[in-house]
Ligand binder design. Structure first.
Ligand code: PRP
Length: 245
């Protein structure tokens, strides 16, 4: 049997009947949550919606948990992988920073700004370099970043040739060891820049956490997906109103 015919004859339903506890349940709406900084905020949002299965989830090594009553499943993933899971339908919905959506440009529906996880994508360099640097005179830069597409587009628009070194974390180390003169990275409190002798030079864009939805799920699970979006929207608005009081 060819690969194509095996794929086209594949029926996921028998697997769901023999469901091993803790695996993907096709009857559920699967929501991908980002590990790291956004996770406590995302969990708090669902807890305010009365979902209790997330208690202890953050501290455990489990990657999937289920609220059987509400037919919801939660997956925890690296933030950079969330658009992939949602675009391909391995998760129906996900929570991810706008920074990743701008960087990855995946084909997902983005119905809601969740308003937490506010941060900025900036160009930064060592304090000493900043004293003698004039950004208006930049023509060629060597920089390290987790956001090669955003960095290339930003400097391309300015007519600056950027040699981009793609890294996956601890960006602030790169200028300290001579890997790159500058970095393009997220800043939230500014503490990491400060503690590593770097200063912000330019802001590229701003980011907050967004809800994203798989385009097929939006059609095949329309009512449940829309109800969840509305429930989350109300929670976000109520939370913002409480914060203003
Ligand atoms: C992010 C970002 C900065 C830091 C900024 O890294 O890449 O390094 O947070 O936060 P601050 O302005 O509040 O100090 P993260 O902690 O996600 O880890 P990483 O360096 O491994 O990517």
């Amino acid at each position: 049997m060819s690969f194509e015919s095996r794929v086209s004859s594949w029926d996921p339903k028998p697997q769901t009947r023999n469901m091993v506890p803790g695996t993907r349940n096709a009857e559920c709406i699967a929501i991908a949550l980002p590990k790291g900084r956004l996770l406590p905020f995302a969990m708090a949002l669902f807890e305010r919606m009365g979902i209790t299965c997330l208690q202890d989830f953050a501290d455990s090594r489990r990657l999937i948990c289920e609220d059987a009553d509400r037919r919801l499943q939660f997956l925890t993933l690296k933030p950079t992988d969330i658009p992939t899971y949602v675009e391909r339908g391995a998760a129906d919905m996900g929570i991810v920073g706008k920074d990743q959506l701008l960087e990855q440009r995946r084909d997902v529906y983005e119905p809601l700004d969740l308003r937490f996880g506010a941060c900025r994508l900036v160009v930064a360099e060592p304090v000493e370099l900043r004293k003698q640097d004039d950004p208006h005179s930049w023509s060629h830069l060597r920089l390290a970043t987790k956001y090669p597409n955003l960095a290339e587009a930003y400097f391309g628009r300015k007519g600056i040739q950027a040699e981009i070194i793609k890294l996956n974390g601890s960006l602030e180390l790169a200028p300290l060891v001579g890997l790159a003169e500058r970095i393009v990275d997220l800043v939230e409190t500014g503490q990491t820049l400060k503690e590593n002798g770097l200063v912000e030079v330019e802001e590229i864009t701003r980011s907050t956490a967004r809800l994203i939805v798989n385009r097929a799920s939006l059609k095949t699970k329309y009512r449940r997906v829309q109800d969840l979006i509305e429930e989350m929207r109300k929670q976000v608005e109520a939370h913002a109103a409480r914060a203003r009081e």
